[in-house]
Design a binder for this molecule. Structure first.
Ligand SMILES: Cc1ncc(COP(=O)(O)O)c(C=O)c1O
Length: 442
């Protein structure tokens, strides 16, 4: 399957660095007395509010309306949500570090050392020693796999993907992107923002990708893929993808949001897992999932990273994250690559084996996955919501994932396992699912 995604209405026009001149209608000249101004007719005549409300009702009817729940306690398997104790299988805190006392203490130490905020964007005065030290450490982790590597810290993985895609497209207006069908929304949004020509290849379909690359005459080709697919939990065939990219002179952007910390003998991620090395690799790891804190980084050839510093607007035009966060991340990295980190990863593997062996007698399909992401496909949106609600009645919190996050007809429970779960806790979920499955009419 291929789809050509050209510049379309979804692509935004080039903003003027976000500071377009204020319209005289919307802003008083001195900016002081906005509330004293009479409402302009176009502001009081909000027909679109009724439209929004109709759309919300329609989402509700189709089982697609999303809502927020508030956790009162730190991220952990045992959480309290709006006063109610729950056992959660939702988070991406795969190694159980988000509430680890050592990481929290490092965050406190970082705040005392560097203050609460960075105060400015990286290129103005917000780039601190703390950011730089983390980047050097991460570049060292990736050096065996990405020659001449340099790392760059972004505030989030979402922003890192926007930055990579737009900067690569800025290098060559004729660049072509080859995107895996199940890629994360942040990759898709990045390509849209870049107004790039995009060809989508079917999930895991190396042959389809090869045909597209062979047919392409673009000088700059960029293949982009999740490493661990965020809603399916399976792995991209990276060694084969890399071979193809090397043969066709293409970049390979690997979004390792769910592999960093969880894969590889020292938790250095999916490139360590496969032991692959190439200048073609542009690697993205996120730091708010297995690393338990926040942010993301790109590791690539130093010139590519320098290009990001020049052109990645999601890096340039935003206040740098608090240096206390990058300081805390150093402690996460220590744990990830220590023998304790290896034990945590081994424990997650043992939980995965338990789930896959003991979740039986179910009308729903457990997707093939060796990672912490263990999706149970239910099918219809309403059914997925129903199963999630029945679990919640028993104090078990598992999110129902619906379109557009996943394809229509594949609504699912996204069970995620963490090193912080015990086998006993997991068995509570398995028991509940097995019982629910027995009474479920297909
Ligand atoms: C594959 C993938 N890439 C990128 C991101 C975005 O990372 P972040 O949460 O740090 O913005 C996610 C997060 O959900 C993800 O699953």
């Amino acid at each position: 399957m291929t789809t050509k995604q050209s510049a379309d209405s979804a692509a935004t026009g080039e903003a003027k660095q976000g500071n377009a001149a204020p319209s005289p209608k919307s802003s008083p000249s001195n900016g002081a007395e906005a509330s004293a101004l009479p409402l302009q007719p176009e502001f009081s005549n909000l027909k679109s509010l009724a439209l929004i409300q109709r759309e919300l009702a329609s989402l509700e009817q189709r089982g697609l309306r999303r809502s927020l729940r508030q956790a009162d306690t730190p991220c952990a398997p045992r959480v309290q949500v709006q006063g109610r104790p729950l056992l959660a299988f939702c988070s991406n805190d795969y190694l159980g570090l988000a509430a680890d006392g050592r990481v929290v203490e490092a965050l406190r130490e970082g705040a005392l050392k560097y203050g609460a905020g960075s105060g400015a964007s990286h290129l103005i005065s917000g780039h601190s020693r703390s950011h730089a030290v983390l980047e050097e450490r991460l570049a060292g982790w990736l050096a065996p796999f990405v020659p001449s590597s340099r790392a760059l810290y972004f505030s989030t993985g979402y922003m890192a993907n926007l930055g990579i895609m737009t900067a690569l497209a800025a290098m060559d207006g004729q660049a072509e992107f080859f995107s895996e069908a199940l890629n994360h929304a942040s990759i898709i949004d990045g390509m849209r923002l870049a107004r790039a020509t995009v060809k989508v290849y079917a999930h895991g379909d190396i042959q389809a990708l090869e045909q597209l690359l062979t047919a392409s005459t673009a000088a700059t080709k960029v293949v982009v893929t999740d490493s661990v697919f965020s809603m399916d939990g399976d792995l991209a065939p990276l060694p084969q993808l890399l071979q193809l990219c090397e043969r066709h002179g293409a970049w390979l952007v690997v979004d390792d949001a769910h592999g960093f910390g969880t894969m590889g003998s020292e938790g250095h991620g999916v490139l360590q897992h496969f032991n692959i090395r190439s200048e073609h690799l542009i690697y993205l790891g996120t730091l708010g999932k297995a690393a338990g804190v926040s942010g993301a980084f790109v590791a690539a050839h130093a010139s590519v990273v320098d290009w990001l510093v020049q052109k990645a607007r999601s890096y340039i035009y935003t206040t740098a994250s608090a240096p206390a966060l990058t300081h805390a991340l150093l402690t996460s990295l220590d744990i990830i690559e220590s023998p304790e980190g290896a034990q945590r990863r081994a424990h997650v593997q043992s939980l995965i084996q338990i789930l896959r062996a003991e979740l039986v007698s179910r009308p729903w399909q457990l997707l093939e996955s060796d990672t912490s992401i263990q999706p149970v496909i239910v099918g219809a949106n309403g059914d997925a919501m129903n199963v999630a609600a029945r679990l919640l009645d028993q104090g078990l919190w598992v999110p129902a994932i619906r379109p557009p996050t996943v394809p229509p007809g594949t609504a699912r429970l996204r069970v995620t396992l963490s090193a912080a779960h015990t086998a006993g806790e997991l068995r509570q979920l398995i028991l509940a699912l097995n019982e629910l499955g027995k009474g479920w009419a297909i």
